[in-house]
Structures are given as structure tokens and as C-alpha cells.
Design a binder for this molecule. Structure first.
Ligand SMILES: [Mn+2]
Length: 392
């Protein structure tokens, strides 16, 4: 049988004030096309369908339409909640989605109560068993472990051990005559960060050791890390990564979805890493404005992060944004930024008894920040004059 593995759509993500919804619509349309072209038996969406736990109506409409479109390809569609998704809302819509043949999993469930999904692959008639592990927060790990494994005594064990117990319980019913799969949203040990994950939820207590993955799983389809990667484990464990670069830290990640073939009694293999191209590229450019100006027009509609190799001056931002309308972030390269350590920003020593006026203070401040521009001081003088003489 054949399935498609995708995750971390983050629908509704806004980058520096720019909505990505149109791009995401195109990206998801591409994914539906991949499912159709490869005639997959199933689509596994391994969490973080949304960027936010309270997604906009537009974001929800897009996700619902895409799940239905995936289902219309004839594939089984299974989606689990990631840490960005609102698990309880997923569970609220679970019965409605189930009526269309889509499995939506919000919270962790016992195997007998929806934690494991079984179906027959339409292409080969093979039985398929999928164990579902939506994201478990550390706070909820203990409760979920009690619910599923009934071992309250293990509350003191670490997060990784609790998740291992959950996976063991969910995969206990794996069958010899079936293709046995796992999909989960978690931080695996040794996973490399893609740059856009919430760091607070990728801290060290949250990782899951590689021996948590059952040796008899044909394939473990993970979500959470945005970089496509495979991990050493007793069975094939893969992150497919996000199909769109979500932040400048992810600009070099390949955006793909994975097509996987598995057969009862044989090992699963990734037969295609299909590039997803609809997301606009994120690109970091570095240089002085004059230098960069010579390359204006070379960057297409890429979203840009501009690191300027020159000291700050008034109007610099505007100059850059005029040159590069797609610049979402304009910063002075740290090597050219004014020092900000207390020694340099401390007030210059003043002879006792000498009071300095606001204009002098501003001038001194500008000197410490290496912001030398007489227009700024002139503007300040005019505004200060207006403010103090009541002419504003
Ligand atoms: Mn994510």
C-alpha cells in the first residue's frame, strides 16, 4: 500500500504582518494533487494543521476544504493535533469529520476508543493499522499515561518515558497480517530544529527517546520539527517537515511531502520526496544599500530579510523598503550595529553644574548609537520647539 506523509501546515501563519493564506492555499492544493497523482491509499497529517489554537474562519475554511479534497481522492485521511492546534476543538468536530470518512484526533485516546485506526488499503486489499499519538504536553502526559496504560505509579517518570508507555500501549495491537503504522506529533531525541518551532515546546524535557518507537512499526510518521529528516531508531522514523518555509530560520529547508510504500512482511520505503513549490521563498540578503541596489530585481517575489552592512541612519528603512517591496525585515547586520553594552550607552561624564539641553542629550545619544544624521536632530529640534511652545 502507499501513503502520503505531511505535517506542520501552520495554516493562518502570519510572517511579519504578511498573511500567507494564499500561499498556503496553493501549497495545500499541490499536496492534494500529489495524493491524486500517486493514488495513495492514505494521507497522514502529523499535526500542526493550524498556526494558532484559535484559527481564523478563513484558516478553518481552508483546512476543512483541503481535508475534504484529500478524502475525495479516495484516500483514508487521518489528521492528529499538534501543539499549535486546539485538541478539544478537533475532538468536538471529530464525529462530524468521521461522517465524511476523515479521522481527526485531538487528544490522546485509548486504542479501543479511537487511538488506533484500522482500514483496508484500496490498492492492495492489505489491512492497515495506524496508532495515533497527537501532541501531549508535559502537563497532560501523566494524565494521558494513566488513561491509556493504567499505571499511575509512573507519574514520577519523565516525559519521554510516559510517551514511550503511550506508544507501547497504542501499538500493542499491531498485527502480523497488517501494515502497522504510527503517526505522532512530538520532539524526538536528536531531531534537528528547523528554526520555526516554538522553542518553549522544544526544550529538553520534551524529547522522546528513540527506543520509544516500536521495532515492529513499518513506519513512524512524525510532525513537530519543520525540517525534513530521518532519525535513527529501531524502525523507520521520519519527519516530513513543513511544506512551506514558515520563518527565515527555515529558508534553507527543502519543502516536501513524502510518499511511502509499505507491504506486509517487507520494510517500508520512501518512494518519493515530492517538492512543494507554491510557498514563496524566504531569503536573507546582506550588504550595504548601494551594493544591494545592484541586485534589486534578482529576487523575484521572494520574501526578504535584509541585513544591512552599514551604520544606521534616518530613512534607511524606507530606502530599503522602496528598493525591495518584499523586504519583511530590515536590520543592521550585528557587525555594523552600534554597541549596546552599558559602558558605551552610559551618559558621557558632564562637568559638575553644567546642565545640558534636550538637543544636546539627543546628540550625545545619537553619537553613542552611531546614528549621525543632522536631519534627525533638526526634526527633533522642531518637534521639541512645537511641544514646548504649544504650537503643535
Ligand atoms: Mn509545527
Amino acid at each position: 500500500m502507499r501513503f502520503l506523509h505531511t505535517s506542520d501546515w501552520h495554516v493562518g501563519k502570519v510572517l511579519k504582518g504578511h498573511s500567507r493564506l494564499d500561499e498556503q492555499r496553493a501549497v495545500l492544493r499541490e499536496i492534494v494533487q500529489v495524493a491524486r497523482d500517486h493514488r495513495v491509499d492514505a494521507v497522514l497529517v502529523a499535526g500542526d494543521l493550524y498556526e494558532s489554537s484559535a484559527p481564523s474562519a478563513d484558516a478553518q475554511q481552508l483546512v476543512v476544504q483541503v481535508l475534504l479534497a484529500l478524502r475525495r481522492t479516495g484516500a483514508e485521511v487521518i489528521a492528529i493535533a499538534g501543539n499549535h492546534d486546539h485538541a478539544a476543538t478537533f475532538d468536538a468536530y471529530r464525529p462530524l469529520m468521521a461522517s465524511t470518512g476523515i479521522t481527526l484526533a485531538g487528544g490522546v485516546r485509548d486504542a479501543a476508543d479511537g487511538g488506533v485506526v484500522e482500514f483496508t488499503a484500496r490498492s492492495t486489499g492489505e489491512p492497515v493499522v495506524v496508532a495515533l499519538l497527537p501532541f501531549v504536553s508535559q502537563r497532560h502526559a501523566v494524565r494521558a499515561a494513566q488513561l491509556v496504560t493504567l499505571t499511575p505509579g509512573q507519574a514520577a517518570a519523565g516525559y519521554g518515558l510516559l510517551v514511550r508507555d503511550l506508544l507501547a500501549a497504542l501499538t500493542a495491537g499491531f498485527r502480523d497480517d497488517a501494515v502497522n503504522l504510527v503517526t505522532a506529533h512530538l520532539m524526538a531525541a536528536r531531531g534537528k530544529l528547523g528554526g520555526g518551532e516554538r522553542s518553549a515546546q522544544s526544550v529538553v524535557e520534551y524529547w522522546v527517546p528513540e527506543d520509544a518507537f516500536p521495532p515492529d512499526a513499518y513506519y513512524v510518521a512524525l510532525g513537530h520539527l519543520h525540517r525534513r529528516q530521518s532519525l535513527p531508531a529501531p524502525c523507520p522514523v521520519h519527519y516530513c517537515g513543513s511544506p512551506i518555509a514558515l520563518d527565515f530560520g527555515e529558508q534553507d529547508n527543502p519543502s516536501v511531502v513524502l510518499v511511502v510504500e509499505a507491504e506486509v512482511g517487507a520494510s517500508a520505503r520512501i518512494t518519493a520526496e515530492v517538492p512543494i513549490r507554491s510557498g514563496r521563498r524566504l531569503r536573507t540578503v546582506r550588504g550595504a544599500v548601494d551594493e544591494l541596489a545592484r541586485h534589486a530585481g534578482e529576487f523575484g517575489d521572494d520574501y526578504l530579510r535584509v541585513l544591512l552592512c552599514e551604520p544606521a541612519r534616518a530613512g534607511l528603512q524606507q530606502d530599503v523598503r522602496r528598493l525591495f517591496p518584499n523586504a519583511l525585515e530590515v536590520r543592521i547586520d550585528p557587525a555594523f550595529a552600534a554597541p549596546v553594552d552599558p559602558v558605551n550607552t552610559a551618559r558621557p561624564s558632564t562637568p559638575a553644574g553644567v546642565e545640558r539641553g534636550p538637543a544636546e542629550l539627543l546628540h550625545e545619544y545619537c553619537v553613542t548609537r552611531e546614528l549621525i544624521d543632522e536631519r534627525v536632530e533638526a526634526l527633533f529640534a522642531r518637534l521639541h520647539d512645537q511641544a514646548t511652545t504649544g504650537n503643535a
